[in-house]
Design a protein around this ligand. Structure first.
Ligand code: OOG
Ligand code: MG
Length: 263
């Protein structure tokens, strides 16, 4: 059997995504896949996307809420990279046939006014680097069977990233109480989950600070102009062709995503 290597991890994840094929946990086959190696694999995966013409547009956090951590059985947040190929414009349908087993989650999104670089970033300093706050909706699509993974697996898999929508209307961060900003997630008109911004690390600005500090340990930072997805506020819901998913916020906008496809 072929030995495992970072290159093989990257190729395995890349072909799973392109062929819309779920795979088993990499950590089962390669127990040596630790967190640092997994982030190196993620960086290589992104490098290959950029070499193929994609453009980096932001940073995402994953597993920042208890709802998400409990569902996935992992208590540690992680970061990933967003590219323009993942952007869905408002009102555009989700093409189910391009994905493996998509799930949708509501997120609070930031557009950055300035760079944000750790270490030592606090929620207060993080909030001052934000230009505007937006309603977000993320479509995650783990390349792992049944969304079953250990932390290094999901890190290498760029935090299950696949598609996302950000409301074009942005709000001044100074005029919002994001801790109390409430969100309702509906599928086909039915409420499936609710939460407030407090679910995200106590405060979405804490999540932003966490991202900056975590990226700094790997020589990275958040750049001015970039989008930051602060992590699913509620648990994510599976979607299928014909479904309509809606996320509605108190102050931030509502976003609706229609799922199209054949299977
Ligand atoms: C991992 C990615 C999580 C979030 O917002 O928590 C994520 C997963 O649940 O597959 O994007
Ligand atoms: Mg997410």
């Amino acid at each position: 059997m072929t030995e495992w290597s970072i290159d093989r991890v990257v190729e395995t994840l890349e072909s799973a995504e392109h062929e819309r094929r779920e795979i088993g946990r990499l950590t089962d086959e390669w127990p040596g896949l630790d967190l640092a190696t997994a982030y190196t694999a993620q960086a290589m995966l992104i490098e290959r996307k950029l070499a193929g013409g994609e453009r980096r547009v932001g940073t995402k956090l994953g597993l920042t809420s208890r709802a998400k951590q409990q569902r996935m059985g992992i208590s540690s947040p992680l970061t990933g990279v967003l590219t323009d190929a993942m952007v869905l414009s408002v009102g555009a349908p989700l093409a189910f046939d391009e994905l493996i087993h998509p799930r949708v989650e509501p997120e609070i999104a930031f557009v950055m006014a300035t760079d944000l670089e750790g270490p030592g970033v606090t929620a207060a300093t993080a909030s001052r680097a934000v230009a505007s706050v937006h309603a977000g909706l993320e479509v995650i699509d783990s390349r792992f069977r049944d969304f079953s993974f250990a932390l290094p697996d999901v890190v290498a898999d760029n935090a299950s990233s696949s598609r996302f929508v950000v409301s074009p209307t942005g709000y001044d961060p100074a005029g919002l109480d994001l801790v109390l900003e409430a969100c309702v997630l509906r599928r086909n008109g039915e409420v499936v989950d609710t939460a407030t911004g407090a679910a995200v690390q106590g405060n979405p600005f804490e999540a932003l600070a966490l991202a900056a500090n975590d990226l700094a340990t790997r020589g990275g930072k958040i750049l001015a102009g970039e989008i930051v997805l602060t992590g699913g506020i509620t648990d994510a819901v599976f979607v299928h062709p014909g479904d309509d998913v809606q996320v509605s916020f108190t102050t931030l906008n509502s976003l609706t995503l229609r799922v199209e496809g054949t299977r």
